[in-house]
Design a protein around this ligand. Structure first.
Ligand code: ADP
Length: 475
């Protein structure tokens, strides 16, 4: 039990400059541009005066956002390690207590300590717990308290203008969308960096980092094996890749082998796929309700795949034998596709909405579960990609060189546009699923009965099932 007197003290973990975090940018692999940006910040941090003479100041706040396990904490520690600065690590949830005034005084306490050791770094993980939009829905309660804490962060960040007390605040969140815009304003978190899922090359690089202290038969074999794992791990985070190597190491030791081999790696991969969602190692026994949900999900995905056929990416089969948060539908890749049109992107968004839309239709919006999670994230990722990266939408036409100047305003506009695409995609998806409801039911029944279904049978059902005409969906 904590004494009452300590309530207002921050619970931040402190690592002094001498101990340092010991972590460097070498520990983070993939997404090289992120490292380059942060390396520049470290140079300014370490060498403040020289840069000041040139009128270059260190940003006050850096916000890292992206899915959990992608290395945001690792990057914050690497900044501290590289700069050799004291590091204060806190979590947004630390500040949220039900007692009035505690959140604000904890924030104050944290910043006061950091200033005492300045130049120093404050890291606030899950900053959304305290920094979510004011006046929004009060999830989890403690709204007023949180608001006080947030206001205190804003005050503190505005406060340290004097360069003698340089404190860099690094925030991390996987919910940029719910952050209070005030946090993103200039002079606060004015550097926003997205830490995304690694590409195939990125995954290979991450695997290599975590294979450093592991034994393989030879360098050549290691290269080949890690290549193979990188191929098989689309959508995996750095943390999950690290787990695979650790698990493979454990399996190797258990079998009393000297080197990690292909079999151990594949076994570890299988376990990682199975565990990271169910939390249990052996998921052969799938509860009936979950089976029903999986069957509907796969049926909906199948119908959408027929509705938007892609000759270069045809589907082959699906099943309900494993529980994953992304569809089990399998596809093959046929080379020769030379271009994607805007409508192809939009159709992919519609397609990716299928798991969530069918779950909502069949089980109700208050009764959703996580089996549509990955597909839904993918839908909004695709929408974001279409808007920002393709030049095919209003905002994607401009190149924003200095993102930090524009972000507060831009973010809201982009968000609105993304919501528009998502709304259209969901409406369209729902309309297709209603039109082909009979096919959805038939495919669901077959999946429940046999556990799997092949493309041929899906096509057959799709073509001969009665359809219920739907009103057109306006883009
Ligand atoms: P986040 O803060 O984004 O949730 P973490 O930094 O806690 O993620 O990641 C957990 C662990 O996963 C890290 O300590 C590291 O070992 C591993 N990891 C994640 N991303 C990477 C990466 N890009 N390179 C190397 N290791 C990574």
């Amino acid at each position: 039990r904590r004494a009452l007197g300590s309530l207002g003290k921050s619970r931040a973990k402190f690592i002094s400059a001498e101990e340092s975090t010991g972590i460097t940018f070498d520990d983070f692999a993939g997404q090289e541009y992120i490292k380059r940006e942060l390396q520049e910040i470290v140079r300014i941090l370490k060498n403040d005066e020289e840069f000041q003479d040139k009128g270059i100041y260190c940003p006050k706040g850096v916000l890292l956002h992206g899915p959990p396990g992608t290395g945001k904490t690792l990057l914050a520690k690497a900044i501290a390690g590289e700069a050799g600065l004291p590091f204060f690590a806190a979590n947004g949830t630390d500040f949220v207590e039900m007692f009035v005034g505690v959140a604000a005084s904890r924030v104050k306490d944290l910043f006061a300590s950091a200033r005492k050791f300045s130049p120093s770094i404050i890291f606030i993980d899950e900053i959304d717990a305290i920094g979510s939009k004011r006046g929004g829905p009060d999830i989890g309660g403690g709204g007023a308290e949180r608001e006080q804490g947030l206001l205190q962060i804003l005050t503190e960040m505005d406060g340290f203008k004097e360069f003698t007390s340089q404190v860099l605040v690094i925030g991390a969140t996987n919910r940029l969308d719910i952050l209070d815009p005030a946090l993103l304003r200039k002079g606060r978190f004015d550097k926003i960096i997205r830490v995304g899922l690694p590409s195939k090359d990125g995954r290979l690089a991450i695997l290599k980092v975590h294979a450093r202290n592991k034994f393989f038969r030879s360098e050549e074999e290691k290269e080949v094996l890690l290549q193979e794992i990188a191929e098989l791990t689309e959508d995996f985070t750095g943390a999950e890749l690290q787990n695979i190597l650790n698990e493979a190491g454990i399996l190797t030791a258990r079998k009393d082998l000297d080197f990690i081999g292909r079999e151990e790696l594949l076994e570890a991969l299988k376990r990682q796929k199975g565990t990271f969602e169910t939390g249990q190692e052996d998921s052969t026994e799938i509860p009936e309700e979950l089976k029903l949900r999986l069957a509907y999900r796969e049926a909906a995905v199948a119908v959408l795949a027929c509705y938007f056929p892609d000759p270069y990416h045809p589907f082959t089969e699906t099943d309900i034998k494993s529980i994953r948060s992304q569809p089990n539908m399998r596809y093959t890749e046929i080379s020769g596709k030379v271009f994607s049109r805007k409508s192809d992107f939009v159709n992919s968004i519609v397609h990716a909405c299928a798991p969530r839309v069918i779950e909502e239709e069949m089980f109700g919006v208050d009764n959703l579960c996580w089996i549509s999670a990955k597909a839904t994230l993918e839908a909004s990722r695709l929408a974001e990609f279409l808007i920002l990266q393709t030049g095919m939408t209003a905002y994607g036409k401009a190149y924003y060189r200095n993102q930090s100047d524009l972000v507060p305003n831009l973010a809201a506009k982009l968000e609105a546009l993304r919501d528009e695409y998502m709304r259209y995609a969901e409406d369209k998806c729902s309309s297709v699923l209603r039109e082909y409801h009979s096919a959805v039911e038939t495919i669901t029944d077959i999946l429940l009965e046999k556990g799997e279904i092949k493309a041929e049978e899906i096509w057959d059902i799709y073509k001969r099932s009665p359809r219920i005409p739907q009103p057109a969906v306006k883009p």
